[in-house]
Design a binder for this molecule. Structure first.
Ligand code: PRT
Ligand code: ZN
Length: 292
């Protein structure tokens, strides 16, 4: 790898995506050193730098080639892509954290059956306008930058369009969710042009490691003892698993030890079915890293 070809990734400095973004990159093996200004992290063991910024600035930083990659919510990305002359970014990988939805909500006591002619307060005017146009709803979009949930109480609007995760904020403000307009999660993005050739090697390495981390999070290593003649039936109980490793047991001809990696969640009900099929001494272990 060339010494000056450092891959730069913009991540959120302080907010809901910060911790998970750093944790993901650390799980990919980056040993991070923070700068004095705490605006940068530099990986000491790989040619990768992190730039810590407000999430809304990430698309511009990628567009202006200050950064090669960014970690950002699909909601912020689509809002900017839907702005006038907005360009489309490459979604390199969905990261599975920062999950939320952009929803329209109105006061619980509201009896309005349609949004026609109503005012909707939001910090996502582009996404909301797109949704309203696509659904032929003639409503007025009121653009406010924060505390959207109090707009109906202040008589600024009859409805709101805001992010929801647990639904607690809506509940606390006596609002009910009436429609979901976007499902969102954190995503690794880059500009639509290719990564420059001198950074390609570290880019490919990072993507392989992110894949490994995401797959490991989903996967479990399962060990158990089972009768030899039940192995075929038992395999069917473990969907998403590779071919099992079968190991003979000392001083026992009828039973074997089975080791298998399952790429899907393993529930108590699966363990109960394994036991009913003759398995015993069942262990389910987390997988830390994976590479294929
Ligand atoms: O300073 P900066 O601009 O970087 O941060 P920010 O204030 O714009 O963003 P931040 O940190 O609040 O959120 C960053 C990203 O996290 C968002 O763009 C989403 O992609 C994602 N995310 C996930 C959320 C939520 N869940 C979420 N619940 N962002 C905001 N919320 C807010 C929502 O706006 C509402 O006020 O939480 C409230 C609702 O939550 P519940 O759990 O009560 O439903
Ligand atoms: Zn923001």
């Amino acid at each position: 790898m060339q010494a000056n070809a450092r891959l730069t990734i913009a991540i959120q400095k302080k907010g809901r995506l910060s911790e998970d973004s750093i944790a993901l990159l650390q799980r990919c093996g980056l040993k991070l050193l923070s700068s004095k200004s705490s605006l940068f992290y530099s990986a000491e063991n790989l040619p990768i730098d992190l730039l810590l910024v407000r999430d809304d600035d990430i698309p511009t930083l990628i567009r202006d080639k200050v950064c090669d990659l960014g970690i950002i919510g699909e909601n912020v990305l689509q809002e900017q892509e839907n702005a006038e002359n907005g360009e489309v970014f490459d979604r390199v990988k969905l990261l599975g954290f920062g999950r939320c939805r952009l929803s329209i909500a109105c006061p619980k006591e509201s009896t309005v059956s349609s949004l026609q002619g109503k005012r909707i307060a939001t910090s996502y005017p582009n996404l909301l306008n797109k949704y309203l146009n696509e659904n032929n709803i003639d409503a007025k979009v009121i653009n406010i930058s924060g505390s959207v949930e109090i707009a109906p109480r202040l008589k600024m609007s009859e409805a709101i369009c805001d992010l929801v995760s647990t639904g607690r904020t809506l509940e606390e403000n006596n609002l009910k969710e009436v429609m979901v307009i976007l499902q969102s999660q954190a995503v690794l993005v880059k500009a639509s042009e290719a990564i420059s050739p001198e950074k390609m090697e570290v880019y490919d390495l990072l993507l392989r490691r992110i894949d490994g981390v995401l797959q490991a999070q989903e996967s479990k290593y399962i060990l158990f003892h089972a009768p030899k003649n039940a192995i075929n039936d038992i395999k069917k109980l473990l969907p998403g698993s590779e071919a099992p490793t079968i190991v003979p047991l000392a001083e026992c001809n009828e039973r074997v030890a089975v080791h298998v990696v399952s790429r899907e969640g393993v529930f108590w009900s699966t363990l109960e079915k394994l036991r009913a099929a003759g398995a015993s001494a069942i262990l389910v272990l987390p997988v830390e890293k994976m590479m294929f």
